[in-house]
Design a protein around this ligand. Structure first.
Ligand SMILES: *Cc1c(COP(=O)(O)O)cnc(C)c1O
Length: 391
């Protein structure tokens, strides 16, 4: 008999009843050190007191009114995002997938309104993940995600990772946009080198194609800058964010320049829940905390500390780990075995990690995790690797 919850997930036999900071507690009292943070979502840890206060205060006032009316909390968060980024305007969603949908629609509508309706093609990259809607799976195009769900939305060109010549050749007068994660998350913490992002920006400028960055996983302080592309010194025309922006409350957004957003007039897009007062109040608090330069300095310091510890871990366990990848607190360990084996061994050490493609184990802790907790996580990974190696 089918489970009452549609069985689309391979869940670990673990259920948590409460959390604080980087720690989660199971019903039987066992405490787990959380290096996954709800897949890069709990940017400020579990039950962060500032976020709890903001959420409960807003909950006592107003939750939802719909976008039929002005929403001051939404405007305040949009103003902050505009002030802190390349963007001139913001649309709020409830998830990364919905942000991907709008990014695709916005790029196509831009060219339609410019009198070039044939410019619909969107270039994406192997290993990409943009969500699970029909549009987002067509965009990523991986066999695993699309199989059985056809016919797929047409208009996507999938390129190999890091093939510059193929990219140059694929950019034509039919190209509406190029969509890329500055650091692939699900794809295995694959960092696009700064010079490649710069080259991509140049190619888009030459051909007119819009540049879309998917910062759903790598954005909002994760890499030690508010947005990952800041490291490369280039800006996109359109950007998706979600995950960390709500600190655990479902919230996403599409940020865009005035020019890129010019096709999106009244009535062209909408969402019932998107930008509700509850989510935007929480998102505003998250952004106030994460965008503070002192907070980002601390993320970079913790990241440097963790990186060193992880390099030592890899050196101590060449039978299990090959290399450290990533930037800031978006870190990956390339494994010699299936990363799920390491995830399972880590469970036995009361440590939560996240597998990714390309044999990579992801570490995506809360951005305000302490050095002591990071050191503890590495000690537990060391124990997990030792246990694996002893068979
Ligand atoms: C998680 C993720 C998405 C999808 O976000 P959801 O909130 O799960 O819909 C899209 N892009 C990237 C890069 C992601 O990591």
């Amino acid at each position: 008999m089918i489970a009452s919850v549609l069985p689309t997930y391979n869940r670990a036999p673990l259920a948590f009843v409460k959390g604080a900071g980087s720690w989660l507690e199971a019903a039987d009292g066992r405490r787990f050190l959380d290096m996954g943070a709800g897949i890069a979502v709990n940017a400020l840890g579990h039950s962060n007191p500032d976020l709890v206060a903001t959420l409960t205060e807003q909950a006592g006032k107003l939750w939802h009114v719909s976008n039929l009316y002005q929403i001051p909390e939404q405007e305040a968060l949009a103003d902050k995002l505009v002030a802190e980024s390349f963007a001139d305007t913001v649309f709020f969603t409830n998830s990364g997938t919905e942000a991907a949908e709008l990014a695709i629609k916005m790029a196509r509508k831009y060219w339609y309104e410019k009198g070039q309706p044939e410019r619909i093609e969107i270039i994406t990259f192997e290993g990409a993940f943009h969500g699970r809607s029909t549009g987002a799976i067509a965009a990523a195009g991986s066999e695993k995600m699309v199989k059985g769900f056809g016919p797929l939305m047409p208009g996507f060109t999938h390129l190999k990772w890091g093939d510059h010549d193929a990219l140059r050749a694929a950019l034509t007068d039919k190209t509406a946009a190029v969509m890329i994660e500055p650091i692939q998350g699900e794809g295995g913490i694959r960092v696009v080198p700064d010079q490649c992002l710069k080259g991509l920006r140049d190619l888009c400028d030459e051909t007119g194609a819009l540049l879309i960055f998917d910062e759903v996983q790598c954005g909002v302080g994760r890499t030690g800058k508010l947005f990952a592309h800041e490291w490369a010194g280039v800006t996109p025309d359109i950007m998706m964010v979600a995950k960390g922006i709500g600190g655990g409350f479902p919230l996403g957004a599409v940020l865009a320049t005035e020019e890129a957003a010019s096709g999106m007039v009244a009535g062209s897009h909408g969402s019932t829940y998107g930008g509700n007062p509850l989510g935007c109040a929480v998102g505003g608090k998250v952004l106030d905390i994460v965008a503070d330069p002192a907070f980002l300095d601390q993320v970079n310091a913790r990241a440097g500390f963790m990186r060193q510890k992880l390099e030592a871990l890899v050196a101590a366990h060449p039978a299990t780990f090959e290399a450290v990848r990533g930037q800031g607190l978006m870190l990956g360990l390339k494994c010699t075995c299936a990363p799920a084996d390491v995830v399972n061994a880590a469970y036995a050490q009361n440590l939560l990690t996240v597998p990714a493609a390309d044999n990579v184990l992801r570490l995506l802790p809360a951005l305000n995790i302490s050095e002591a907790d990071l050191a503890e996580a590495v000690a537990r990974l060391d124990a997990a690797a030792t246990q694996l190696e002893q068979g």
